[in-house]
Ligand binder design. Sequence first.
Ligand SMILES: Cc1ncc(COP(=O)(O)O)c(C=O)c1O
Length: 378
Amino acid sequence: MPIPLLDLQRVHRPLLDQMVAAVRQVLESGQFILGPGVAAFEEAAASYLGVPHAIGVSSGTDALRATLSVLAMTGKKGTVLTTPYTFIATAEAISQAGLVPRFVDVDVHTGLLDLGALPDEPEDIVGIVPVHLFGQCVPMDPLMEYARARGMWVVEDSAQSFGATWKGVQSGAIGAAGCFSFFPSKNLGGAGDGGLVTTCDDELAKYVRASRAHGVLTRKYYSDFLSGNYRLDALQAAILSVKLPHIDEWNRARLKVADRYLELWEESGLLRKGLVRPLARVEGSSHVFHQYVVRVARRDVVAQALSRAGIACAVYYPAPLHVQDAFAYMGHEPEDFPASMELARTTLALPIFPGLTLAEQKEIVNCVATCLRVPESA
Ligand SMILES: Cc1ncc(COP(=O)(O)O)c(C=O)c1O
């Protein structure tokens, strides 16, 4: 049987009746955009995440775009630090908010922002967008300390880290704001696009809330500032409300799968020989394993062997942002960010989801082991 990267049917099956009933209720209500269903989900999400404000928006990209645009409008414009080893949305939203992205390399062991590479001279840097990549938090204590000492804000890109915590505090609840994605494949995913902005700042919340509906702060059909349409729809909120109570159980199941992979790599000898190196876990952060990513010898050969065996795998991300045409204007050379390049060349994401069986994991590990035992010239 083929093994997918993510089997959503397996995750959804026990909740299908509940989801259908929730969708039916929305259809019967005739209230499709925002409304009580979205408000109820926002309240539940705010309570889970431990923040006073959770604002439902149309995607993770729009969560970033709305938040960063408001910060650019209400504060100083300038440069914003982020990494090139992330999904395009992070730096794209910085640019589209009228801010200037500046890349900082990642730590080659974790794939997360390398705090040691942060610039000493703050110059015109106004903020930082750390990405809690693959499901674990960037070390937030030292990052917040760095930012506070220099008067910068921090907006957490929590698209991949719903439910992950830094020293017990939820990702997205630490910086000035957190931006989440409910893309269907995320740990908490909708049945379409969706996103969320979290913040403890009443003023920021007020403006982000307005920004999701054309900058209307108080009076209907009177815009206080230019923005766009970033609203969450009621069908997505209904699905997300059914799924939210299960997020901890699903995240625990993912962690168990990751722990089992580690045991299997050890047993296979691949770990000892350095042929497979899972990305390192960060002390102080919990890990919700949105993706299970390893650095692997002869990555492309292994990927081919897996797909021949019907086992899905993926490369996140094959081209760091600084080598993509969209950011060619920055004039970077590939090796300006060597850790990002190294990870782009050597990492492979393997199947991980609640319900992935031990037998399936053994099959995956055996396939990698068999492939790596074949001499390179074969
Ligand atoms: C790190 C990161 N940021 C932002 C986004 C954008 O989220 P969305 O696809 O919901 O717009 C994603 C989605 O894949 C992501 O992985």
